[in-house]
Design a protein around this ligand. Structure first.
Ligand SMILES: [Zn+2]
Length: 293
């Protein structure tokens, strides 16, 4: 009886040791090597929803020749992966903007992203680079989305900007009310500076295009892509190391552009906010839509 129990115990010990060693040698290295789950590889698309013809380049690039004009692309960017369908910026659609601007080739932003097979209800997140009309106005076209904006951007444009001495150029009162409604609805997220807001999706401040504008980076199969939005209007800003024409702080804007170079896997993956060349430098996947990577 005792001998039998001893054999059983020895067998159990052996089995335990085997299991333990297997755990140590198989699980520990994987914990060390893969302790942080790899971020999803996102697909990133630029979606043009309109063109504003003949815009003076001096309005985009500080100190540019005043006679130069450009048909600028109005874009939103779709970032898809890891169970999220993210829009970086949301374009515009309210009627007042068509009275004050000449707009051609307009497709409402929710219809423009439908060209990638995305229904408005499927957009999980709208990340706003800043509160200007042509980037934030369309946020309420995506009724289920969580909306992300810098805390200081939201605070300033829903408050102090409208007091004496405040600056609210390019901010539409309807959009301010819309953002407040989204906040009351429980869908607004206030981002405090540089932050990873979803796995592999970071936002960074620094351009001071508006009170606290932000740009975005996402991990893709080609490495990190940077979506600059208006913190870098055109490729020319980066190529000439020229600040954007509209910023509260030129030095801060240049520092932001320099930082983008350090973040992006390669300089070609820094995507400017309004450059029509984006639509020709990347492969076309639908009308007005290119895949960045
Ligand atoms: Zn802007």
């Amino acid at each position: 009886m005792n001998a039998e129990r001893r054999t059983q115990n020895a067998e159990l010990r052996k089995r335990f040791t085997r299991t333990f060693l297997t755990s140590v040698f198989c699980l520990l290295p994987s914990a060390f090597l893969f302790g942080q789950p790899a971020p999803p590889q996102y697909e990133v698309y630029a979606v043009r929803y309109a063109v504003i013809p003949d815009l003076p380049v001096a309005g985009l690039i500080a100190d540019a020749d005043k006679s130069r004009k450009l048909d600028i692309a109005m874009m939103v960017w779709l970032v898809r992966g890891g169970g999220h369908t993210i829009l970086f910026d949301s374009g515009f659609y309210r009627p007042q903007f068509f009275k004050s601007w000449k707009v051609t080739e307009f497709v409402r932003p929710d219809e423009a992203v439908a060209r990638l097979g995305v229904n408005p209800e499927e957009v999980t997140d709208v990340i706003l680079s800043h509160a200007h009309w042509d980037h934030a106005d369309g946020a309420d076209l995506f009724p289920k989305a969580q909306v992300w904006i810098q805390k200081d951007e939201y605070g300033y444009y829903t408050g102090e900007a409208w007091q004496a001495g405040g600056k609210h150029g390019g901010i539409d009162p309807d959009d301010v009310q819309m953002l407040v409604r989204i906040n009351l609805d429980g869908r607004l997220h206030l981002v405090n500076g540089d932050q990873e807001i979803l796995p592999g999706v970071h936002v960074y401040t620094g351009g001071r295009h508006t009170w606290q504008s932000q740009y975005l980076s996402a991990s893709t199969r080609a490495g990190t892509v940077v979506l600059a939005s208006d913190n870098m209007y055109l490729y020319e800003n980066l190529e000439k190391h020229a600040p954007i024409a509209q910023t509260f702080d030129r030095d801060s804007n240049l520092r932001a552009q320099d930082r983008m170079k350090g973040l992006a896997a390669r300089p070609q993956l820094i995507i400017p906010g309004h450059d029509p060349a984006v639509l020709t430098r990347f492969p076309k996947v639908a009308e007005g839509v290119v895949r960045i990577d």
